[in-house]
Design a protein around this ligand. Structure first.
Ligand code: FAD
Length: 626
């Protein structure tokens, strides 16, 4: 029997970003003994890196805003492929979740009359992002952690033990979920520092592990984003949807090479920054697609007037949804109108006074000064697309966040559906809060429903999980995981990137299948104490599974929509909008991609749109009767 440390909980939350912390708070408040597990340090999650803000239709900056407008914007941003029920819940509940954060101790920037200030972002009709300068994620995580500490203090009062009902296991990586029959029974992992194994017995697991960016070479994501939750869910029998949709954020740093891909927040454009090519032209006016033409300015004068008078002017095209801007930048660079380092110019220096820039964008000012020796108050930045966010993820029930596996829940970036084919900026932080809470509630309700009949751990599965984890130590003379990782990232970047072609994706799938054989023969040196090579070897299995889903689904979807652009199928096709591509593992562990029909949008939600707009997205049969 494997030697390991054992713990027993009602709910285990894997991930300590915004989604995981909000889920854990909810599960604990519902009276469940809850563990929070994270492979990074507590507080070091992607959520902490979020800069621009959290989208919620509070109507503080423009009283015309409301959940219906937010819903419409989200559906348009996702090109109507979103799970409409998730988009509805998100738009309705986001304002309450932001208010709630203030009751936990958050302090957002204020309007002159003391309300929560809201800023403009791409695809949002009104200023909607509640923010704290450009460090919003830091405030979100700080506040959620503070709430956790306050709950632990309550538990101490009641039991004499701070961690009686809510405990954090940091720098602890989960490598496998365990099941009793069809239902979840726990999670198996290891402490990163000692390499020792750890087992959590729990009937409910909430996945909140974030995204998959580390499968791509140029990315804004950091080392934890290896698609663990996506792959854990699949190995446990759950399904993923929308995996072909990857968001390439239009503005990542392009220079120097060591920082290529690091994010340049959309707030720069929201606060007035403009994109120019090497000829000094504001090129975005050339790239407004027909579906958005009515809402975007046609001249620089009108675009500039919008910042002061948004009710009587149309928005600047720099604030189109991210997929449109990323493709436009890609085209300008390809046409030879790029900057010396292969990007385009993002200029805020000629648009705002220096002190305004350092006040509104302190992190960006610091980032460019420190990393590129560029003073953004005096000169433009060079920027280009970077892999930023995965719209695809675990297929969940919108109301409870449950997957198809009993006892398995998912929230945040690891869950799919909410953002359709493209996420609007700011809609992730609100997604984490809305669906993190719902996942915590869903998990608690599930546990209540079980009564005394809890799923049991099968010791043979624990031994198998331990053997799998140790496999890379067993083989001598095999390949180094770092080499395979670099080649995987390069292949995904080159062959399944912003613009996709059938033959390139077929080539990618061929390479991925070679990586699968090479991964089976990988060797890691040394022992189990803090061994990054071993950690990467374990993460690589997950990155490979996720990459197979992305490439497989991208090859199958024969249209261009949101974060999926096919060179050979350039337009949107209403027939494809009705279809979801579902990824699952077959009995041999091979990724299978199948088609599934979307559930048609509810009548009252359809009525929120003009018929002419619906005609751009829906098939004839789907249109409401007039
Ligand atoms: P995360 O916050 O990434 O948390 C994932 C957690 O899972 C971590 O604790 C990690 O350690 C843990 N984990 C992963 N795998 C395992 C495992 N195997 N075992 C144990 N633990 C594991 N969105 C917005 O809405 N507004 C913004 O302004 C914004 N700015 C952004 C800026 C940057 C630079 C980036 C990268 C993203 C930004 N986003 C923004 C997107 C947003 O931050 C993320 O989508 C969101 O924070 C994801 O939150 P999460 O809770 O799902 O995951």
């Amino acid at each position: 029997m494997t030697e390991l440390e054992r713990h027993s909980y009602d709910v285990v939350v894997i991930g300590a970003g915004g989604a995981g912390l909000r889920a854990a708070i909810e599960a604990r408040e519902q009276g469940k003994k809850t563990a929070i597990i994270c492979k990074s340090l507590f507080g070091k999650a992607h959520t902490v890196m979020a800069e621009g803000g959290c989208a919620a239709a509070m109507g503080n900056a423009n009283s015309n805003d409301n959940w219906q407008v937010h819903y419409r914007d989200t559906m348009r941003g996702g090109k109507f492929l979103n799970n409409w029920r998730m988009a509805e819940l998100h738009a309705q509940e986001a304002p309450d979740r932001v208010w709630e954060l203030e009751t936990y101790g958050a302090l957002f920037d204020r309007t002159p009359d003391g309300r929560i200030s809201q800023r403009n972002f791409g695809g949002h009709t009104y200023p909607r992002l509640a923010h704290v300068g450009d460090r919003t994620g830091l405030e979100l995580i700080r506040t959620l952690q503070q709430k956790i500490v306050s709950l632990q203090q309550e538990d101490f009062e009641a039991t004499g033990d701070y961690e009686a009902n809510l405990k954090v296991y940091a720098e602890c990586t989960i490598t496998e979920l365990l099941k009793d029959g069809d239902a979840i029974s726990g999670a198996f992992g290891y402490w990163r520092e000692s390499g020792r194994f750890i087992l959590f017995e729990a009937p409910a697991v909430v996945l909140a592990t974030g995204g998959v960016g580390k499968s791509f070479k140029v990315t804004s994501n950091s080392w934890e984003y290896t698609g663990d939750g996506h792959a854990l869910a699949m190995r446990a029998g759950a399904t993923l949807i929308n995996m072909e949709f990857i968001q390439f954020h239009p503005t990542g740093m392009v220079w120097p090479p060591s920082v290529k891909g690091i994010l340049v927040t959309e707030s720069v454009r929201g606060d007035g920054g403009v994109l120019k090519n090497s000829e000094g032209k504001r090129f975005m006016f050339e790239y407004v697609p027909d579906v958005f033409r009515a809402q975007y300015a046609e001249t620089e004068d009108e675009a500039d007037r919008w910042y002061k008078d948004p009710d009587n002017n149309r928005r600047p095209p720099e604030l189109l949804p991210r997929d449109e801007v990323a493709r436009a930048i890609n085209s300008e660079v390809k046409a030879g109108r790029g900057t010396p380092h292969g990007g385009v110019f993002l200029d805020v220096s000629s648009r705002l006074p220096a002190e305004e820039i350092t006040r509104r964008l302190p992190s960006m000012h610091h980032q460019f000064k420190e990393l590129a020796d560029v003073d953004i108050t005096a000169e433009p930045m060079e920027v280009g697309p970077t892999c930023h966010y995965v719209m695809g993820g675990v297929e969940v029930d919108p109301d409870t966040a449950s997957s198809v596996v009993p006892g398995l829940f998912a929230a945040g970036e690891v869950a799919g559906g909410m953002h359709g084919s493209n996420r609007l900026g700011g809609n992730s932080l609100s997604d984490l809060l809305v669906f993190g809470r719902r996942a915590g509630m869903g998990a608690a309700m599930y546990v209540d429903g079980l009564g005394a009949a809890r799923p049991k751990i099968d010791e043979a599965d624990v031994d198998a999980a331990a053997a799998d984890a140790l496999a890379p130590f067993e083989l001598e003379g095999g390949e180094n995981p770092y080499t395979i990782h670099q080649e995987l990232q390069q292949s995904m970047n080159d062959l399944v990137g912003i613009i996709r072609k059938e033959e390139e994706m077929e080539q990618a799938l061929g390479r991925l299948s070679e990586f699968r054989s090479r991964i089976a023969k990988m060797t890691v040196e040394g022992h189990r104490q803090f061994n990054p090579g071993w950690h990467l070897a374990l993460d690589l299995r997950n990155m490979l599974t996720v990459s197979e889903c992305v490439a497989g689904a991208a090859l199958m979807r024969q249209e261009s929509r949101g974060g999926h652009t096919r060179d050979d199928f350039p337009g949107m096709n209403p027939e494809w909008r009705k279809k979801l591509l579902v990824c699952a593992l077959d009995a041999d562990g091979v990724v299978n991609v199948t088609e599934k029909e979307q559930i048609p949008m509810r009548e009252d939600l359809l009525e929120l749109f003009e018929l002419d707009e619906l005609k751009k997205y829906l098939t004839e049969e789907e249109l409401p009767a007039t």
